[in-house]
Design a protein around this ligand. Structure first.
Ligand code: LER
Ligand code: MN
Length: 276
């Protein structure tokens, strides 16, 4: 019923919740071998991969590429939409434009998480101004993406990574303010476990805009390694008619292969247990 994806990147990405790193061909091969239906590519810049190679791998292994992640542009190069420096914001938008163009070629959506940045601890008026400028950048990316048929996915992050879009409800408010038809929300169960009062209620309230799901357990390891109730989460997703991917964005612990195998098994077990 759901398609399962795994995170991959051609970069070393130390400390990131990315399962498969380095050789992209090997990432697609392993994802297919381990029972996944998609690969979510996290790229510092779009030309970190060759578009023709990515297309061929997706076709050869019959895998989808639901999303292109942009967070590395923020985490490695400091490019965010909330930066006080207009030149940095422009470079952030320009960087994400590359992801959008690649996404149009490979049939992906583009995620906006860490690139949202932070408003900082200044005066309220200053925070409001920074938020408004960040939303302008997000709107600009949506405008670039729309004619290319690309969806933009805004991801609420926990308070230690972002200070203005932490919950799905805040994501809904931002989406309403931006008003772009191709802007949707990405629900990440790791962040939700920290920020949401009730995971099921939050997912139901955001159902009309839900475009993608990152599945991670409470400790950001594969489903089954922590204490989240995936049977309840998947039951809610079925209930709201979500039909997208479940992308495991988790640490490769104890190693990538085991994490993928155990995560896939836990997702299937959770789906079966809800069916009873
Ligand atoms: C990106 O999908 C995400 O969840 C952030 O926490 C990046 O680390
Ligand atoms: Mn995520």
């Amino acid at each position: 019923m759901f398609r399962i994806a795994v995170t991959a990147t051609p970069s070393p990405a130390p400390g990131a919740p990315i399962l498969l790193r380095g050789d992209i061909a090997e990432a697609f091969r392993q994802a297919a071998e381990l029972g996944c239906q998609g690969v979510e590519l996290h790229l510092r810049r779009a030309d970190d991969v060759d578009v023709q190679v990515v297309k061929r791998l997706a076709a050869d292994y019959a895998l989808g590429i639901p999303t292109l992640g942009t967070g590395m542009a923020a985490l490695q190069d400091g490019l965010t939409f909330s930066d006080p420096d207009a030149a940095v914001r422009a470079r952030a938008v320009e960087r994400v434009r590359g992801h959008v163009e690649l996404a149009a070629e490979v049939g992906s959506a583009v995620t906006i998480g860490s690139v949202s940045g932070r408003l900082g601890r200044g005066e309220e008026a200053q925070r409001r101004a920074r938020r408004a400028r960040a939303l302008e950048c997000l709107a600009e990316v949506c405008r670039l993406a729309e004619p290319r048929g690309v969806t933009v996915l805004l991801e609420p992050l926990n308070r230690y990574e972002c200070d203005y879009v932490n919950t799905l409800a805040e994501g809904m408010r931002v989406a309403a303010e931006v008003g772009a038809p191709n802007l949707r929300l990405l629900a990440d169960t790791f962040h939700m476990n920290i920020e949401e009062v009730d995971l099921g209620a939050s997912l139901r309230a955001a159902a009309s805009r839900l475009g993608h799901v990152h599945l991670a357990d409470s400790n950001r390891q594969a489903p089954g390694y922590g204490h989240l109730d995936f049977a309840a989460i998947l039951d809610t997703l079925v209930g709201i008619g979500y039909q997208g991917y479940l992308a495991m964005e988790v640490f490769p612990t104890p190693d990538a292969r085991r994490a993928i195998q155990d995560g896939v098994a836990a997702i299937h077990a959770a789906l079966e247990s809800r069916a009873k």
